[in-house]
Design a protein around this ligand. Structure first.
Ligand code: AHM
Ligand code: MG
Length: 333
């Protein structure tokens, strides 16, 4: 019989029971439980619609919440149970959520997350996801400082995502490899299914919203045109794939090789995607898988966030493709 590995077991084996790995395993376990709740709920999204929309009550007289609000609630409530988590930053909340219960006095970790990314896809039964990144507190003492929760991605101790698709998968890294676990719905556990995921060398996919072309600058439009031919880009012309859920687009490109692009344009002068809970988790993972993420000028992991909800232009995937974008946007390699 082949070994059965769940996420906690995998993390503890990889880090051989250091104190930090036990703390991290406990935090990840809370994320795993929250992900199971959200997975269950997303699978029933159509049924929930039949029973009532957000803001209404269903036939059992229960409040029906929007799924992204539900996901936020579940993740925050479960992370609050952990004595190791000091604060959570969420796309759904303007400020940091700081835990001040006595049992959080020694808490040393900060979690940033997008509880339900790509939420416009829920109504049409298309994959959505959760992104997360975990930092260790820099300052001593119980107070949470700005410099604790606005850390560059290179300081992260763990990052990952959950994709709620045809199956539910959780992918994580502590910097040592990228590992994927698939939720077995019969036993309700995430089991190791993709160990040491690495980005294929061939990069045959490009993913971006091409309807924004009239708003792009000329260099960027030229680059996209070139991806469709064989000029200046190594390998075959690329094919387009775009879901509109960042996690799902990233997951496919991680398995198949490719580049995801969300540039700045006239509609989104700073880009659309958020640095802390969209850019950084995926930049951390792609680095561990052998790829690269940039805002067009520099490594996303080197950016010191100025704001909790800061947006960035975001390019992620095979390194040669991303470096070419940097060159075209004026940052020479
Ligand atoms: P959201 O956080 O409001 O869901 O927006 C983020 C999503 C990403 O999942 C996706 O990559 C992007 O927005 C798609 O944007 P667009 O519709 O402009 O192509
Ligand atoms: Mg999002």
């Amino acid at each position: 019989m082949s070994p059965i590995t769940n996420l906690t077991g995998h993390l503890l084996q990889a880090h051989i029971f250091t104190a930090r790995s036990l703390e991290l395993a406990e935090i990840l376990n809370q994320i795993v439980v929250a992900a199971k709740f959200v997975s269950h709920k997303t699978n029933r999204a159509g049924l929930t619609d039949i029973l009532g929309d957000a803001g209404k009550t269903n036939v059992q007289q229960e409040e029906v919440q929007k799924l992204d609000e539900y996901a936020h609630d579940v993740f925050v409530r479960l992370l609050k149970q952990s004595p190791y988590v000091k604060a959570v930053g969420s796309e759904e909340e303007p400020e940091m959520i700081v835990f001040n219960e006595v049992y959080h006095d020694q808490a040393q970790y900060i979690v940033h997350l997008d509880p339900l990314d790509g939420s416009s896809n829920i109504d049409v039964n298309v994959s959505v996801g959760t992104n997360f990144v975990i930092f260790h507190k820099q300052s001593l003492g119980q107070k949470l400082l700005k410099s604790d929760y606005l850390q560059p991605g290179k300081n992260a101790v763990c990052a990952g995502y959950v994709v709620y698709g045809s199956s539910t998968m959780l992918v994580y890294s502590t910097g040592k490899g990228v590992h994927g676990f698939t939720l077995d719905p019969n036993i309700g556990e995430f089991l190791l299914s993709h160990e040491n995921m690495t980005l294929p060398e061939k990069s045959e996919i490009y993913s971006l919203n091409e309807s924004y072309q009239p708003k792009w600058d000329k260099n960027f439009a030229d680059f996209v045109a070139k991806m469709k031919t064989n000029q200046d880009i190594s390998g075959k012309p690329k094919t387009a794939r775009y879901i509109g859920s960042l996690v799902a687009d990233f997951h496919r490109n991680l398995l198949k090789g490719g580049i995801f692009l969300y540039p700045a344009d006239k509609k989104h002068p700073n880009g659309k995607l958020r640095l802390l809970y969209e850019g950084i988790p995926l930049a951390f993972l792609i680095k561990a898988a052998g790829g690269y993420a940039s805002d067009g000028k520099r490594d996303v992991l080197k950016i010191v966030p100025a704001d909790l909800h800061q947006r960035i232009p975001f390019f992620v995937g095979n390194r040669p493709d991303v470096e070419l974008v940097e060159q075209l946007l004026g940052n020479k390699h």
